[in-house]
Design a binder for this molecule. Structure first.
Ligand code: DGL
Length: 276
């Protein structure tokens, strides 16, 4: 059911969610760009990964998490997950027409501008690559630019990152296995099409070599959020005080707290919640 009567205030918090810790690669840019905002991060680690689940399950999770975050009267939500954006952003916008909804999508457009060889590799989850939304994006970019996209689903990689294995032998081998065929196709640009992957960027660089450029969309997403809030007069005034970060997880409290510390050098309160 839609909720057109959603109360909207510039002082309200912003929700950010992902299947797990991947969305922290987006949150870090949001926090840096909008330091006065109150950010509520939701890691659905109890239900991760999303990338190998049927689309309707991901839609259900996205709707349930958004309903949970709306209890805090959020003014905006950032779907900091490519898989959930592809599966659920249309359903979220339909159900919550007054909520500002920002999604992430693999950076095909910036990659098409960067490539010199016209060959771009895309690393993403199986769910993202199989989605209609991705298919449309790919067609749209192909209509305006002469680019060959080489797609690689990275099954298991988000799991390795969830486990905190950012540099283990297994993760390194996995990254090499996924990146090598793309390098073999002579791509000169690689899109990190899953928000978990920026956390293994050194491994991707190592596997791809120094001449391949990487595209991550965390920063443009933060700027899009800023634009949207500004357009709707919803940027939190500095006079309202310093911003903050709080976190919720359907998985382990210590795993999320450790990820915040290790990846973002932040120490927010983390609460375990059941969201069905
Ligand atoms: N971080 C998510 C994305 O951007 C997906 C990881 C997963 O749960 O499979 O696609």
């Amino acid at each position: 059911m839609a909720d057109p009567a959603l109360p909207v205030s510039a002082e309200a918090p912003i929700g950010v969610f992902d299947s797990g810790i991947g969305g922290l690669s987006v949150l870090r840019h949001v926090h840096a760009l909008l330091p006065s905002e109150e950010l509520l991060y939701f890691a659905d680690s109890g239900f991760a990964p999303y990338g190998e689940k049927p689309e309707h399950i991901v839609v259900e999770r996205a709707l349930a998490i958004t309903a949970f975050l709306l209890r805090f009267k959020i003014k905006a939500i950032v779907v900091a997950c490519n898989t959930a954006t592809a599966a659920a952003i249309a359903a979220l916008r339909k159900r919550h027409p007054l909520l500002q909804v920002v999604g992430v999508e693999p950076g095909l457009k910036p990659a098409a501008q960067l490539t010199q060889t016209g060959k771009v590799g895309v690393l993403a989850t199986a769910g993202t690559l199989a989605s209609d939304k991705f298919l449309k994006l790919r067609q749209q970019v192909a209509e305006t630019a002469q680019v060959e996209f080489h797609l690689q689903a990275c099954n298991g990689l988000a799991d390795q990152i969830e486990k905190g294995e950012l540099a283990s032998r297994e993760t390194r081998q996995m990254v090499r296995r996924y990146v090598a065929p793309l390098v073999g196709q002579a791509v000169d640009t690689l899109v990190l099409g899953c928000t978990h992957y920026p956390f293994v960027e050194p491994l991707v660089r190592e596997a791809a070599g120094p001449d391949v450029r990487l595209v991550d969309t965390g920063e443009p997403v933060a700027r899009q959020l800023q634009r949207l809030l500004s357009q709707h007069a919803l940027l939190r005034p500095e006079a309202a005080g310093a911003g903050s970060v709080s976190a919720y997880t359907t998985g382990s409290r210590s795993a999320l707290a450790n990820a915040f510390r290790r990846l973002l050098e932040l120490d927010p309160t983390v609460e375990v919640v059941a969201v069905e």
